[in-house]
Design a protein around this ligand. Structure first.
Ligand SMILES: NC(=O)c1ccc[n+]([C@@H]2O[C@H](COP(=O)([O-])OP(=O)(O)OC[C@H]3O[C@@H](n4cnc5c(N)ncnc54)[C@H](O)[C@@H]3O)[C@@H](O)[C@H]2O)c1
Ligand SMILES: O=P(O)(O)OC[C@@H](O)[C@@H](O)[C@H](O)[C@H](O)CO
Length: 499
C-alpha cells in the first residue's frame, strides 16, 4: 500500500475510528512546532471538536521550526498520521486528519506570515520546547541579548519563534484581520503571561515596536494552559508496528498514553474550536492546575529521570520498578509539593499522585530517562524551585527536591553513570555551568566537592541568589551531591526516603 495518504485513507481508516472528511477542512489554526506532542494532543482535541460540532473550519497549518524534515514527512502523506495509544492492556490506532498543511518555518516564512494574517485564522498555538522561548536564564523575560533575537529584531527573516510570531502579528495588523489568541502549550510556568511578556520585550526592540505592542495589547490574548499527555519520541520499532497494523508506512506516527488533559484559560477575543466538546476544560484561572501538574507530575518525572540516568536505567517505567526511586517520587509529591499547592474544588491531590505514578509505570511507553532529563536548567525552575521556595516559607524541608537538583548537577557536571559509563544529557547551558564550577566544559570530569561546585553551578544556571544564600536549600543539595558521588543514585534515594 506504500505511504499513508489521502488516497489510501479509506482502507487504512477501517482500522481506525471514523474521522472528518479532509476535503471539507479549512485552516483556522496556525501551530508552531509540529512535534510529537502537538500531534498527540492539540491536533487530537481539535479533530474531536470538529467531529463533535461538524465545524470544518479549524484545520491546522502546522509550522516546523528547525528545518523541513517533519514538514516533508507529513507532506508526503497529506498531513495524515497515526496516534497509537498504548498501555499494558494493548494498543489502539487512530489516523488524525486535522493537520491540513505543514509549512517549513525557515524557508516558507512568507506563507507562515500570510496564514497568521488570514482573517479565517483566529488561534495560534505553540509547542516548541522551553528552550525556544529564549528566556534570560533564571528569569521569565526574553533574553534580548540572544544573537537570534537581535538578528530577528534587526529586520532579518526571523529565525526565532518569538521573532516569527511577532512578524506574523505585524502582518495581521497590516491586513486588518482582527483579533486572535496565541496559546502556548509548553510546560512553562505561566506559559501565557511568559509568552505575552516575550512578545512585548521583542516589540520594544523594533523601530515601530511601540505601535505594534499597543495593537497586540488591544487585539491579542495569551491564554495560559495546562497540557498533559505523555508522548515519548517515536522509535523505529514504533513505526514498524504501525506499518504492520495499518498496512501503510507512516513516517509521522506518534505513540502516547491513554491519559489526556487540557485546561485552558477562557480568554479568546475571536472564535475558537469547541475544545470543551472534546473534553478540554475552559476555566477562568489555569494557575492552580498548572502549578499542580508542573510541581507534581513534571517534578517527579525530572527526579526519576536524573536518578535513572545516573543509575543507567533506560526508561521512566523502569525507574518505577526500583522501590527507592518510586518512594522518593512519592515523598516529593506528597510531603514537599502538596503543602505548596493551591486548592482546586473537588480535586484530591493524593489520588492525583497515585494516578501520576501509575501512568509512569506504563510498560508500553519507552519514555527514556535521557529525554525527560534534557534541558534541566530550563526545567528546574517551574518543576522544582517554586516548590523549594514555597516549602521553605512553610518550614517544610525540601530534601527530595534538593536530591533532584543534585542529581541533575551530576548529570551535567560529572557526566558519568554510577557504573562509570559516559552519560550525555542535553543541556543548553552546559558549558557555562561546567566552567563556573571549574570543570572542563568538553570532557567528563571528576566529582569535586558539593561545597565547592554546587553554588557556582546553580548560579550559572540562573538560580536566584537569595535561594542560594539559604542554607536550608543549599546544604541538602551539597550533601546529596556528595552522597551521589559516594554511594550512587539508589542509595541516595534510599536515604532521602528514610529521613
Ligand atoms: N512530549 C510530551 O510528553 C509533552 C507533554 C506535555 C507538554 N509538552 C510540551 O511540548 C514540548 C514539545 O514536546 P514534543 O514531544 O513535541 O517534542 P518534539 O521534539 O517532538 O518537538 C519539539 C518541537 O519544538 C521545536 N523546537 C525544539 N527546539 C526548538 C528551538 N530551540 N527553537 C525553535 N523550535 C524548537 C521543534 O522544531 C519541534 O517542532 C515540550 O518541550 C513541552 O513543553 C510535551
Ligand atoms: O516535554 P518536556 O521536555 O518539557 O518534559 C519531559 C516530560 O516531563 C514531559 O513531556 C511530560 O511527559 C509531560 O509534561 C506530560 O504531560
Amino acid at each position: 500500500m506504500g505511504r499513508l495518504s489521502l488516497e489510501n485513507l479509506t482502507a487504512v481508516s477501517r482500522r481506525s475510528r471514523e474521522g472528518i472528511d479532509p476535503d471539507e477542512l479549512t485552516v483556522g489554526i496556525v501551530h508552531f512546532g509540529a512535534g510529537n506532542f502537538h500531534r498527540a494532543h492539540q491536533a487530537v482535541y481539535t479533530e474531536d471538536a470538529m467531529l463533535a460540532t461538524g465545524e470544518a473550519g479549524w484545520a491546522i497549518s502546522a509550522v516546523t521550526q528547525r528545518g523541513p524534515a517533519v514538514r516533508d514527512r507529513l507532506h508526503d502523506q497529506d498531513g495524515l498520521y497515526t496516534v497509537v495509544t498504548r498501555d499494558e492492556s494493548g494498543a489502539t490506532y487512530r489516523v488524525v486528519r486535522s493537520v491540513r498543511e505543514v509549512l517549513d518555518g525557515p524557508s516558507e516564512t512568507e506563507t507562515v506570515l500570510e496564514r497568521i494574517a488570514d482573517p479565517a485564522v483566529t488561534v495560534v498555538t505553540l509547542t516548541v520546547t522551553e528552550h525556544a522561548y529564549r528566556l534570560l536564564p533564571g528569569t521569565r523575560r526574553l533574553d534580548t541579548a540572544d544573537p537570534g533575537v537581535r538578528a530577528d529584531a534587526s529586520g532579518q527573516v526571523p529565525s526565532t519563534v518569538v521573532g516569527r510570531l511577532v512578524a506574523g502579528l505585524r502582518a495581521r495588523r497590516a491586513a486588518g484581520a482582527g483579533p486572535l489568541a496565541v496559546v502556548s502549550c509548553d510546560n512553562l510556568d505561566e506559559n501565557g503571561p511568559v509568552l505575552r511578556a516575550a512578545v512585548r520585550d521583542f516589540c520594544a526592540l523594533l523601530p515601530d515596536g511601540a505601535e505594534l505592542a499597543e495593537w497586540v495589547e488591544r487585539n491579542v490574548t495569551f491564554p495560559a494552559t495546562m497540557v498533559d499527555r505523555i508522548v515519548p519520541a517515536t522509535t523505529e520499532e514504533d513505526l514498524a508496528e504501525v506499518e504492520a497494523e495499518l498496512g501503510a508506512r507512516d513516517e509521522a506516527a506518534v505513540v502516547a498514553e491513554p491519559f489526556i488533559q487540557w485546561v485552558i484559560e477562557d480568554d479568546f477575543p475571536a472564535a475558537r474550536p469547541a475544545w470543551e466538546k472534546a473534553g478540554a476544560l475552559l476555566v477562568e484561572d489555569v494557575r492552580p492546575y498548572e502549578m499542580t501538574k508542573l510541581r507534581t507530575l513534571n517534578a517527579c518525572h525530572s527526579l526519576l529521570a536524573y536518578l535513572g540516568a545516573l543509575a543507567d536505567v533506560g526508561t521512566i517505567a523502569e525507574t518505577m520498578s526500583i522501590a527507592e526511586f518510586e518512594a522518593a517520587a512519592r515523598k516529593l509529591a506528597e510531603e514537599e509539593v502538596a503543602p505548596t499547592l493551591p486548592e482546586i474544588a473537588g480535586f484530591e491531590h493524593d489520588g492525583y499522585v497515585d494516578t501520576v505514578l501509575r501512568r509512569f509505570r506504563n510498560p508500553a511507553l519507552a519514555h527514556t530517562t535521557r529525554q525527560v532529563a534534557s534541558d534541566g536548567s530550563l526545567k528546574i525552575g517551574p518543576r522544582l524551585l517554586g516548590t523549594v521556595g514555597d516549602a521553605l516559607r512553610q518550614s517544610v524541608a525540601p530534601s527530595t527536591a534538593a536530591l533532584a537538583i543534585a542529581a541533575w548537577l551530576r548529570c551535567v557536571l560529572v557526566r558519568r553513570t554510577d557504573g562509570g559509563e559516559t552519560l550525555e544529557v542535553r543541556e543548553p547551558a552546559a558549558e557555562r555551568i561546567r566552567e563556573s564550577a571549574g570543570f572542563d566544559p568538553q570532557a567528563p570530569g571528576s566529582a569535586g566537592a558539593g561545597s565547592e561546585v554546587v553554588r557556582p553551578a546553580l548560579a550559572a544556571a540562573g538560580v536566584d541568589e537569595a535561594l542560594l544564600d539559604d542554607r536550608r536549600f543549599l546544604a541538602p543539595v551539597e550533601q546529596h551531591y556528595d552522597e551521589l558521588a559516594r554511594s550512587g543514585a539508589r542509595e541516595a534515594a534510599r536515604s532521602v526516603v528514610a529521613e
